[in-house]
Design a protein around this ligand. Structure first.
Ligand code: ARG
Ligand code: ZN
Length: 864
């Protein structure tokens, strides 16, 4: 039975204080916990626990007999407790055998924890729910030689030697009340990178990053990002850091990106370590944004947390919005917006168009782990962005000030969040709440009737919204849609930018006769997460590509044209027709050529403009399609661009060559992105000259962005050279796990000549490790998400292999397995043959008695 929002009840007990004592041993760790509990409501004290061994329970100093409490697989229940009492619990767990990577586990010989969402119950019996906040005191003891660093949340108050120096201990106190999911401890041997930050009130905060021995210099970019984040949060949101120190730890085995534990963030090493030789520009960019994201959680997540897990978007949506804004300020705002919208369309729109569609605030779940989704994170962030668009910068800041003021130290709800903005601005945001409750992507259609000349000549613009019935919930109400728009003529804008708030199903606005032909630029900066339907023709798109002052819309006009071209071409390929060259295609390629020459655009923008939409975007936006035809159509369009702009691309490739010293800044990264984009488009022509360029680039590259781009270009060109290059790359980097992950992901995306056996062989490769999520995602994730030719092979071999890998993963790590299985969410958008194949696979998964995590995804995806 699912957990339901409607069933929420507040806890019966408050935990005034908790004291934890860890005796750390890899195979057997003993945890003694002392809880000071006070009654809030009648009823028992319910403590959660999973996969741990209970040794003893005592109440106010008296050991309880087995008949004094009830114990199930998942709960320890104490009845008839007094108003206030001291509960002492001793448990034992085995961190070295913990392959779920939730709770306390060992990674690379070090102890670490992951408690969000429900991992703390794998450490000790506790009310593992976000609305129970407590102050934690933590004592750690461990062997000194293997675990010289002993870390936990807050401030270290004491440390010393034990057993004549063999073991040692440390005591940490976190003065800020927090729910258990924000607890963390780390113990082990590390290299450290140290720095400090002076806050707006002049407090000096030591900052420390803990990494594998030898990696300290690779943490410099993360440290720099951290300091910039701390400053930005003071300047933009008025938020100052609160504890006396801030720590980040990098670990190799981690279920997702990173975690905002109070004062002790824990990161997947792939999102923390970077240098020119081993990390791509995309890695640098991600590190900057994730370091910021986790740091920003200190206010949006930790100081104000969530009442229950249905409110997850309260902290995640807001924090993603904050990290997106940070990146926009650090880099290029228009480019950042384009990248965020691209990611939204690829992941969130796909989710909303498929069987796993759910509201930003869901009303029920089986496993909360399955709800760390693009909808909650990325659509959640879009909702905050719309709120800001509607309120304006000043009122938005007023609202967030009220939110931080009123709800600090509490576990809050989405309603309380919106209420803060209502109090600050006097606006009524009740309709806005629908965005949180209704699943699916609304469609926005625009009709233009021009001009009606009575009494003056007017153009009527009608905006209409519609939810497609496919997305679950019947009976959807209109949402409020902020629409930024502008009329654009042949030589530029002919109106100012307008903001129309569409509140009901339909709304019309009118424009006086402009005396010239124009196209509407609608949803500038993508002012709402909707699917836009217009009657615009390629003439409109080309006009916007050339004249729209809004850079996002210029990019978008090109994408729209490209989507149409690829869609039409895919249908032609499916029905066995030859590729056609038409006027729209020529116009599109020429417009791209003009963009390339335009000095008003930076290289990052140009690289994005030259990248047609990914196959998943096309598939998600059509009824059904053959995924291989779509991907061939995409290749066809790239080839057309390559053919048309051949000379420009080649010249640009040479003109943009390496400037020498590496810098990860946005400008240099943009130059590399554009240059490698040129290389890739030239490669689409199967041009032999390009093979030479790629081989040379592979041999001479001084940074991983260029090296990896050259390697990928070679795999695209195919031929004998590929195997040698792959082997050489492996040999060169075999001692760097993060680079070997990249190697596995290139292998996963390649169209191997020998078919699925090639991927099977990689699973048996000596460097493949099925227990390491990064490695599994590199190979199996990239295979399922970015290798349409092999994954969607019409004989079903790709699906069969993939299913087997998911089930194998499920036996160790249900969370990661369930996430991988999400690759099947696309099935309804595929042709009948593949639909049948995937449905059979999903039934097989269900029949294999998988974990609750995988079962929920499989059942929902199949939808039977
Ligand atoms: N709160 C973390 C973050 O967004 C992610 C935690 C993910 N947890 C999970 N069970 N998937 O920064
Ligand atoms: Zn987060």
């Amino acid at each position: 039975t699912p957990t339901r929002l409607a069933d929420y009840t507040p806890p019966n007990f408050n935990i005034e204080a908790v004291s934890l004592d860890f005796d750390l041993n890899p195979k057997e760790t003993t945890i003694r916990s002392q809880l000071t509990v006070t009654r809030l409501a009648p009823g028992p004290l319910v403590l959660d626990g999973e996969d741990i061994t209970l040794k003893s329970v005592s109440l106010d100093g008296k050991t309880l007999k087995r008949s004094d409490y009830s114990l199930t697989q998942t709960q320890l229940i104490l009845k008839d407790l007094p108003e206030r009492s001291l509960i002492e619990i001793e448990t034992v767990c085995n961190p070295s055998e913990n392959s779920t990577l939730m709770g306390l586990y060992v990674s690379g010989g070090r102890f670490c924890t992951q408690c969000e969402a429900e991992g703390f119950r794998r450490i000790t019996y506790y009310p593992d729910r976000p609305d129970v906040l407590s102050v934690f005191r933590v004592r750690l003891q461990a062997d000194l030689k293997d675990y010289p660093y002993l870390l936990a949340n807050g401030n270290m108050v004491e440390s010393g030697a034990l057993d004549g120096g063999q073991r040692h201990y440390a005591i940490w106190e976190d003065p800020f009340p927090k729910p258990a999911y924000l607890f963390a401890l780390v113990a082990g041997e590390f290299d450290i990178l140290e720095d400090s930050f002076t806050t707006m009130t002049g407090r000096d905060i030591p900052l420390t990053i803990y990494v594998d021995p030898g990696d300290a210099s690779r943490a410099e970019y993360a440290m720099d990002s951290l300091k910039r984040s701390m400053k930005w949060d003071e300047e933009v949101f008025g938020r100052e850091y609160d504890l006396d120190r801030f720590m980040i730890v990098a670990v190799r085995d981690f279920n997702f990106g990173a975690m905002e534990n109070k004062g002790l963030n824990i990161f997947n090493s792939s999102l923390l370590l970077a240098d020119a030789a081993t990390a791509t520009d995309m890695n640098f960019e991600r590190i900057e944004s994730v370091v910021a994201h986790e740091y920003f959680h200190n206010w949006t997540g930790n100081r104000i947390t969530c009442r229950d897990w249905f409110q997850l978007c309260l902290k995640e949506g807001f924090t993603v919005f904050r990290d997106q804004e940070f990146s926009a300020d650090q880099r290029d705002r228009a480019v950042q917006r384009i990248k965020d919208v691209k990611a939204l369309r690829m992941r969130q729109f796909a989710e909303d168009a498929g069987p796993l569609s759910h509201p930003v605030r869901p009303s029920e779940y089986m496993k909360i782990d399955n709800f760390y989704t693009a909808t909650i994170y990325e659509k959640g962030a879009e909702l905050i962005r719309m709120l800001k668009t509607m309120l304006g910068e000043d009122d938005f800041r007023k609202g967030s000030d009220v939110y931080f003021e009123r709800l600090d130290g509490t576990a809050a709800t989405v309603e309380q969040f919106l209420e803060s903005f209502e109090i600050a601005t006097g606006r009524d945001l009740s309709q806005f709440m629908r965005w949180y409750e209704q699943a699916g992507t609304p469609e926005l259609s625009v009709e233009v009737e021009s001009p009606v000349n009575m009494p003056v000549s007017l153009t009527k613009i009608t905006f209409t919204q519609k939810f497609s019935p496919a997305s679950g919930q019947a009976d959807k109400q209109p949402v409020i849609i902020p629409i930024r728009w502008q009329a654009i003529g042949d030589t530029g804008p002919i109106t100012e930018p307008q903001l129309t708030l569409l509140k009901s199903k339909e709304n019309a606005v009118s424009l006086p006769d402009m005396g010239e032909d124009f196209s509407l630029s609608i949803l500038q900066d993508f002012s709402a997460p909707v699917i836009l339907k217009t009657r615009q023709t390629s003439k409109d798109h080309l006009r916007l590509m050339g004249q729209d002052p809004n850079a996002f819309k210029r990019w978008e006009a090109g994408q729209t044209l490209a989507r149409e071209l690829i869609g039409t071409q895919a249908k032609a390929i499916e029905s066995g027709q030859m590729p056609k060259v038409n006027k729209a295609l020529r116009g599109y390629c020429q417009a791209l050529g003009k963009t390339l020459d335009d000095v008003n655009f930076n290289s990052s923008f140009k690289a994005l403009a030259l990248t047609p939409p990914a196959a998943t975007e096309i598939i998600q936006a059509s009824e059904t399609s053959d995924p291989i035809a779509v991907s061939l159509a995409g290749e066809w369009l790239s080839r057309a661009i390559g053919d048309t702009l051949h000379e420009d691309l080649l010249n640009l490739y040479h003109a943009l060559s390496d400037e020498g010293t590496f810098s990860p800044d946005a400008h240099s990264a943009g130059r590399r992105a554009l240059r490698n984009r040129c290389l890739s488009l030239l490669a689409s022509r199967q041009d032999p000259v390009v093979a030479g360029l790629a081989i040379e680039q592979l041999g001479t590259a001084t940074n991983m962005t260029d090296e990896l781009a050259a390697l990928m270009t070679l795999t695209k060109l195919g031929g004998k050279r590929v195997e040698t290059s792959m082997t050489e790359f492996f040999e060169k980097w075999k001692n760097n796990p993060l680079v070997i992950d990249k190697w596995f992901s290139v292998q996963g995306m390649r169209k191997h000549d020998s078919g699925i056996e090639a991927i099977e062989a990689l699973v048996n490769h000596s460097a493949y490790d099925p227990r390491n999520p990064n490695r599994v995602r590199s190979l199996i994730g990239s295979f399922a998400m970015a290798n349409p030719h092999m994954f969607h092979a019409v004989d079903g071999s790709g699906y069969a292999f993939f299913t087997q890998q998911v089930l194998d993963m499920d036996s160790r790590n249900p969370q990661v397995a369930a996430r991988l299985l999400g690759a099947y969410e696309v099935w309804r958008k595929l042709d009948a043959k593949r639909q049948g194949l995937i449905k059979a696979q999903l039934r097989h998964v269900i029949g294999a008695a998988p974990s609750k995590n995988v079962m929920e995804i499989a059942n929902k995806t199949l939808g039977e």
